[in-house]
Design a protein around this ligand. Structure first.
Ligand code: URA
Length: 236
């Protein structure tokens, strides 16, 4: 049943902290179905109309952010040494308890999703869901002529690591695009090194059909709509 304490509904919108929400309720600014509300009341988010200063407010079930991760920042919620992607987020996101969906290396930039929905994180990173991640890499050596073929067949490294079949496209002599369906440790870097092309710079540009917003400067982030979130699960 979609029943929550009123304070939780108000804080879910980002309009207030918990104590501010209580203050708003006490001041009579929050109404349930037109009646003044009291702190601690419960609301049914499907059938009750809740207003703040006369404007309807809806329970925000989950928050999903797109970040343009900059280089030099680690994909973690905390780290004793380095600055983390969480350090770049605002207080609302931190209070919601967002976490990154998957990991980009410290020196990799580009599209990173952060959300407070654990199931969504699992769906994005689980290889079973086959959500395609698209990367663009600058390489320091031109890839071997058979690189596309070997990557498409599924590379096996000298240490026994096997990568699922993937796709590589050449954008120029020293620039390639790679499409992956899994996210093994340093996968793009190890894959391209295996075809003779060490990576000099790496950027994730898309997850499924969701592209990195070109207006987002490195280090900035924005909320995604539900429609944009769904784009991640559309076939590439
Ligand atoms: N592959 C890598 O090698 N590094 C990343 O950050 C992501 C994919």
């Amino acid at each position: 049943m979609p029943i929550f304490r009123l304070e939780r509904l108000v804080t879910s919108t980002g309009a207030a902290t918990r104590s501010q929400a209580r203050g708003m309720i006490r001041e009579g600014r929050v109404r349930i179905n037109g009646e003044p509300a009291r702190v601690g009341m419960r609301v049914n988010t499907e059938s009750d109309l809740v207003t703040l200063d006369g404007e309807p407010i809806n329970y925000v079930r989950r928050v999903v952010y797109m970040m343009n991760k900059p280089k030099g920042v680690v994909t973690a919620t905390e780290d004793g040494k380095d600055k983390t992607v969480l350090d770049l987020m605002d207080d609302f996101a931190k209070k919601r308890g967002v976490a990154p969906a998957g990991r980009l290396d410290k020196d990799t930039e580009g599209l990173l999703i952060l959300t407070d929905d654990g199931e969504l994180i699992h769906s994005i990173i689980s290889p079973v869901k086959e959500v395609v991640k698209t990367y663009e890499a600058v390489v320091s050596v031109i890839p071997a002529p058979d690189a596309e073929e070997r990557i498409a067949a599924g590379l096996k490294l000298w240490d026994g690591t096997e990568f699922l079949p993937a796709k590589m496209e050449r954008l120029g002599d020293y620039e390639v695009r790679v499409y992956l369906r899994e996210g093994k440790y340093h996968e793009v870097k190890r894959m391209l090194a295996a075809v003779g092309a060490p990576v000099a710079a790496l950027k994730r540009v898309a997850i499924g059909r969701l592209q990195l917003d070109p207006k987002l400067e490195p280090g900035s982030f924005r909320l995604l709509s539900e429609d944009e979130t769904e784009l991640m699960f559309r076939e590439v």
